[in-house]
Design a binder for this molecule. Structure first.
Ligand SMILES: Nc1ncnc2c1ncn2[C@@H]1O[C@H](COP(=O)(O)OP(=O)(O)OP(=O)(O)O)[C@@H](O)[C@H]1O
Ligand SMILES: [Mg+2]
Length: 445
């Protein structure tokens, strides 16, 4: 253990020497300074644990020195040295952050007690800092943040499942972090050095799906000028992430099922069987059980994929994560945009806690990003958030959720002249999710 470093600042030589002698005898490393100015110069190069600081000195006063010391190193503990006549100043100093004061002439027993108190106080603050730090680390897993019980369960499931190589099906509403979970599983598996290949099944048009997945041979069709590897081949040795699996066609479902069973496929126009070895993670924001009942999703494929099931909890069911997430996004966007905004007001947090977040974490992320950009001050206020007005004005009690969703999408699209990117942002969903919803609900311009 390093010796505790103490700095004594007093313009009286006799005080520096007598106090210094006592402290050295008790084993502390003592340095002395005869003025505030020289003390501050010393503090620039050395980290002291405790500073004894005379209140009345020539030049800078003890109070001025105290302020500067605390500014440059808030963790150093300062003890004011004072005579009976200036106890009121000493008390003022304690309001400004001094730990305590020591009366002149000092009593060696009281000095020993005082130092012990400082040391145990410092140990306590260190421990608290450590615990806070641990709590923060505990509340995150890779880029996933969450201290709520449902998110902690997700973290521990990722830890358990990642190394097994099992096929995983992640389900959950839009914006709940399915993509991040897939990535975290890959990162914590023994294939983390291998590729992580994403296939966004909702975004690839049906007629391109085959060549995207399997690749094609040169000359297989008019545009096939070169042989091209498909995503399955590219995923060799790594993880294949089939996002929005609920969107693939019945025909592709058959192909996929076969490939998941024997892991052999052909490039489009090819005759040579290609083998690829990859782990499959799939995600969906659809209710696949419902899709199976409607015969839009094959039950056998579902069982193939659903070896390990992750259900991502919607944000409204873990509202205790909202302040943490909001703060995380605030720091991130403030840094990216160089804004001075650094906090979220109590009222804005309250507002966020009341809101239901249909677009989940993505909607929260977008709301904070917008607030950082439009906000004027250093703090985010309720009127900076797009949510208070977003609460649906016309609640139709006789409509199904799907009907309401369709109506809302139509409203946002026409409000924004069918600008897909902007509409998707407002709705708090991916562009590809918006496309697939437009397709599913057969919405037309
Ligand atoms: N727990 C979380 N901590 C931090 N960021 C999160 C968390 N969950 C989601 N996000 C962020 O929210 C956004 C949406 O996450 P993601 O794309 O993983 O959701 P999703 O469930 O895949 O949504 P969709 O079904 O619309 O594709 C991303 O920007 C992601 O970084
Ligand atoms: Mg996603």
């Amino acid at each position: 253990m390093d010796r505790i470093k103490i700095l004594i600042v007093d313009d009286e030589l006799i005080m520096r020497e007598s106090l210094g002698a006592w402290l050295e005898r008790d084993g502390y490393a003592v340095t002395t300074a005869e003025s505030g100015e020289s003390a501050l110069a010393l503090l620039k190069d050395t980290l002291f644990d405790i500073v004894f600081l005379d209140i009345k000195m020539e030049g800078m006063s003890g109070l001025e020195v105290l302020e500067q010391v605390k500014q440059s190193d808030p963790e150093v503990e300062v003890v004011m040295i004072t005579a009976y006549g200036s106890i009121s100043t000493a008390i003022e100093a304690m309001k400004k952050g001094a730990f305590d004061y020591l009366l002149k002439p000092f009593d060696p027993d009281a000095l020993g007690v005082l130092i012990d108190r400082i040391i145990s106080h410092r140990r306590q603050t260190r421990e608290n800092q450590f615990l806070r730090q641990q709590a923060r680390e505990h509340a995150r897993f890779e880029s996933l943040i969450g201290q709520s019980a449902p998110m902690q369960q997700v973290f521990s499931l990722i830890r358990d499942v990642a190394p097994t190589g099992s096929t995983v099906l992640i389900s959950g509403e839009t914006g709940t972090g399915k993509g991040l979970v897939a990535k975290a599983i890959h990162t914590h598996s023994d294939r983390c050095e291998g590729p992580f290949v994403v296939v966004n099944c909702g975004a690839i048009p049906e007629h391109l799906m085959e060549s995207e997945l399997f690749g094609y041979e040169k000359g297989a069709f008019t545009d096939a000028k070169e042989t091209k590897k498909g995503r399955l081949e590219l995923a060799h040795g790594g993880t294949l992430f089939l996002d929005e699996i609920g969107e693939i066609s019945m025909r592709m479902q058959i192909d996929l099922l076969r490939i998941l069973e024997d892991r052999i496929f052909y490039r489009v126009g090819g005759t040579r069987p290609i083998e690829a070895e990859f782990r499959v993670i799939a995600a969906t924001n659809r209710d696949l059980g419902e899709a199976i009942r409607q015969r839009r999703f094959r039950e056998d494929l579902y069982y193939r994929l659903n070896v390990v099931a992750f259900k991502m909890p919607p944000l409204r069911e873990r509202k205790e994560d909202i302040p943490l997430l909001a703060d995380h996004f605030l720091q991130q966007f403030a840094r990216e945009t160089n804004r001075a905004v650094n906090r979220i007001s109590r009222a804005a947090i309250d507002e966020m806690m009341l809101y239901e977040w249909p677009g989940n974490v993505r909607e929260l992320e977008n709301a904070i990003e917008r607030a950082v950009v439009v906000g004027k001050g250093t703090s985010i206020e309720p009127h900076d958030l797009p949510i208070s007005s977003a609460v649906c004005a016309e609640v139709a009690a006789d409509k199904s959720l799907a009907e309401m969703e369709r109506m809302h999408i139509v409203a946002v699209l026409s409000e924004n002249a069918w600008n897909i990117a902007r509409s998707a942002r407002i709705l708090g969903i991916d562009r590809s999710t918006l496309y697939s919803k437009i397709k599913r609900y057969q919405i037309r311009k």
